[in-house]
Write a protein that binds this ligand. Structure first.
Ligand SMILES: Cc1ncc(COP(=O)(O)O)c(C=O)c1O
Length: 419
């Protein structure tokens, strides 16, 4: 098998030029113990290309000031860049209105915002919230906390042993007490792409709002929130070539207007007296305090970068990487793939017979291959498959077939060491 990126071999306008793309990522040139870095932990956090780094540096060198607060030049520049990034993100998601884009600290923060702002206001005793068996802890724990506080009930959509949700069982969970659905677009532990369009439509048949956790989808698949018709969509900047410390909550304006603020403080108010506070309009009502200005501007630059490559082309290339890796690992003896859904994105979880995933991760690291070993903040998924942890390789558009070959070589070495 060739070690060149597959799409480069096609004489196609659609092809991604991976060699050229890799040159944009300075960190990919790093070596550890003389070995080139093979970074396959993109589901945890992806790397940042030079144009995004340059944008952050330019902001810090030339534009930094607080936003929305002063009439001086720097504050105007910072505010303009911060709000321009919001419009870029609106375009990336095809949202209707920039007021529907809220800057948060990340996916976790976005989900907690909805739990506080919507859940605490509109969910009460005896009500039911539907989540799925393959959620990240970030999309379990906030809803559990709400259920505890309100005496509401969590209902779980089951999955099969491929890691696919059971849609009939999902539909059967709805009743007049169902008040909310929170669902991953793509599973971080299994890679399953859930059929969210259909699942959103089911929730809406019951007039129930639905939040989509897009942390593992937004970096890999086209997302059109109007077409999907989701009520909320959450994701993190650092998983899509942007900085840490920033994420996005998309919410339909009509719902955001009805919600209570998540945090109180500066910028989220129109007026304050000791008797009464009048809250600011959306999105500012949900952006209390000094926001992550640099990170937000960096996220805008990351989206420009991804859009420049073309998210469809990214998706197609990553699918080829995943298919190749799946075929190569399946051909090895003593490997069990965890998560074999028909529709998957960028994630390959596996077990090596007789070897703890942490040992797999440590030995692969000695070979220069960075993967993740653990429960991936999805302990219920681990429980379903009867394992304490998995080894997980997760891909980005800058990975190559050669890197997957190195992963396979590393796995062979692990197997030899434990033979
Ligand atoms: C599916 C999913 N949801 C939520 C999160 C939490 O993201 P963050 O830690 O950026 O808030 C992650 C992170 O791995 C994830 O994969």
């Amino acid at each position: 098998m060739s070690t060149q990126p597959i799409l480069n071999k096609k004489d196609s306008a659609q092809a991604l030029d991976t060699a050229c793309i890799r040159a944009d990522f300075p960190i990919l040139q790093r070596r550890f113990d003389g070995k080139p870095l093979i970074y396959l932990d993109n589901a945890a956090s992806s790397q940042m290309p030079q144009p995004v780094i340059d944008r952050l540096v330019r902001y810090q060198r030339e534009e930094h000031a607080n936003v929305h607060r002063a009439v001086h030049h720097l504050s105007e520049l910072a505010t303009a860049a911060y709000e321009q990034a919001r419009r870029t993100i609106m375009g990336f998601l095809n949202a209707r209105d920039e007021r529907e884009i809220i800057y948060t600290r990340g996916t976790t923060d976005s989900i907690n915002l909805v739990m506080h702002g919507y859940g605490r206001a509109f969910i009460g005793a005896g009500d039911e919230i539907i989540i799925s068996a393959l959620e990240h802890h970030s999309n379990i724990v906030p809803w559990q906390m709400l259920c505890q506080e309100k005496n509401a009930k969590l209902r779980i959509i089951p999955m099969n042993d491929a890691g696919e949700l059971l849609l009939d069982e999902y539909a059967a969970l709805f009743n007049e007490r169902t008040k909310f659905v929170a669902l991953a677009h793509v599973s971080n532990a299994l890679g399953t792409i859930n059929p969210i369009r259909e699942m959103i439509a089911t929730a809406h048949k019951w007039n129930v709002p639905i939040l989509i956790d897009g942390a593992q989808a937004a970096p890999h698949l086209p997302v059109d929130v109007q077409d999907l018709d989701c009520d909320f969509y959450a994701f993190s900047g650092h998983k899509m070539c942007g900085p840490t410390g920033v994420g996005i909550l998309y919410g339909k304006a009509a719902l955001l207007e009805k919600m209570q603020p998540y945090q109180g403080g500066g910028d989220m108010i129109l007026s304050v007296t000791f008797e009464k506070t009048v809250y600011n309009t959306i999105p500012y009502k949900f952006e209390a305090g000094t926001p992550p200005i640099a990170a937000a501007i960096g996220l805008g630059a990351a989206m420009d970068y991804l859009t420049g490559l073309g998210i469809e082309r990214i998706a197609a290339y990553e699918t080829e990487l995943l298919n190749y890796a799946t075929a190569e690992l399946s051909a090895l003896k003593g490997i069990t793939l965890i998560g074999t859904a028909k529709h998957k994105a960028a994630v390959l979880s596996f077990e090596i017979d007789g070897v703890h995933p942490h040992d797999v991760g440590t030995i692969l690291n000695d070979e220069g291959v960075a993967i993740r070993a653990g429960h991936h903040c999805a302990q219920p998924v681990m429980k379903h498959f009867g394992v304490p942890a998995t080894a997980r390789a997760s891909f980005a558009f800058y990975n190559t077939l050669a890197e997957i070959d190195a992963l396979v070589e590393g796995i062979r070495k692990v197997q030899k060491m434990f033979a």
